[in-house]
Design a protein around this ligand. Structure first.
Ligand code: NDP
Length: 251
């Protein structure tokens, strides 16, 4: 594929992210607390997470190892960031959740697979065919700031997911009001952390495909966090009203 065709493809992919925002604001993806019947066949929640999150990592791994990318230090660092995130997301996070017996609609898993294939492809293909990083990029302020922002976002996402998972004792079901740390400011620090994480990755990679991932992440997670926030306010009359949904003091 020529560079022009590839860029056109990525711009189309970005346009799609903007198209899904109004849909995501209108219809909250029915998994987790928003699970509903009427969305067709269901699959075990943990299995769904494992299956839907593998493609992004598998595609990136395919490009990394079949195109000799490990000889490029910058690409190796980008691949390491990608792998740390995705190995957690498909192999560790689902097994830590206390959602035994819960299900998600197969169609939601398929939508996520579609996104993960698109995202893994555009980012992996770019690194394999068009990236021109040299070691000088390792000391560029964008790379240094980007990796620091990525690490901060990853930490926030991990810590918040862990606090949320631990709200349930083993075997418990149902929901509680999360308390402490960033939860005093926002309802969904895990979503906030993930948006920060991929914004950092986009900065350190300084590429259109990485920017498309940051845009898609915000397009998926900001509407979801708004729905979570509204759900908390509806469910718990004593929910702290000073909390915002996803961006401290702002949204
Ligand atoms: P949630 O915050 O809804 O859930 C995270 C886990 O904590 C789930 O196991 C959930 O159980 C449990 N939990 C959450 N709140 C409570 C509570 N108040 N009381 C008890 N248990 C609770 O996160 P999502 O499912 O929306 O997302 C999970 C992860 O995946 C996040 O880190 C998110 O950033 C990431 N993600 C990334 C996307 C992207 O586009 N990059 C898209 C979607 C998610 P239960 O499942 O039963 O609700």
């Amino acid at each position: 594929m020529s560079a022009e065709s590839f860029n056109l493809l990525v711009w189309g992919w970005i346009a799609l992210a903007f198209i899904v925002v109004p849909l995501e604001l209108k219809v909250t993806a029915p998994y987790g607390r928003h699970t509903k019947s009427g969305w067709g066949p269901m699959i075990d929640n943990r299995l769904g997470w494992i299956i839907m999150e593998i493609p992004s990592w598998a595609l990136m791994t395919y490009f990394f190892f079949t195109h000799g990318l490990s000889s490029n230090t910058v690409i190796t660092v980008l691949y390491a960031c990608w792998s740390i995130h995705y190995i957690n997301r498909f192999a560790i996070f689902p097994l830590r959740t206390r959602t035994k017996g819960k299900k998600m609609p197969v169609v939601i898993m398929l939508f996520a697979i579609f996104f993960n294939i698109g995202n893994g492809f555009v980012n992996g293909y770019f690194l394999a065919h068009f990236a021109e990083y040299t070691n000088a990029w390792l000391s560029d302020p964008r790379f240094i700031a980007g990796i620091a922002i990525f690490a901060t976002g990853f930490f926030i996402n991990q810590k918040s997911d862990t606090m949320l998972i631990n709200l349930r004792k083993p075997g418990e079901t149902g929901y509680k009001i999360p308390k402490g740390w960033l939860f005093e400011r926002i309802s969904c620090p895990n979503h906030f952390g993930e948006v920060v994480e991929w914004a950092g990755f986009a900065l350190m990679a300084w590429s259109l495909p990485a920017a498309s991932f940051a845009i898609w992440t915000a397009a998926n997670l900001i509407p979801r966090a708004l729905s979570h926030h509204k759900w908390y306010l509806d469910k718990f009359p004593d929910y702290p009203h000073q909390r915002k949904a996803v961006i401290p003091y702002i949204l």
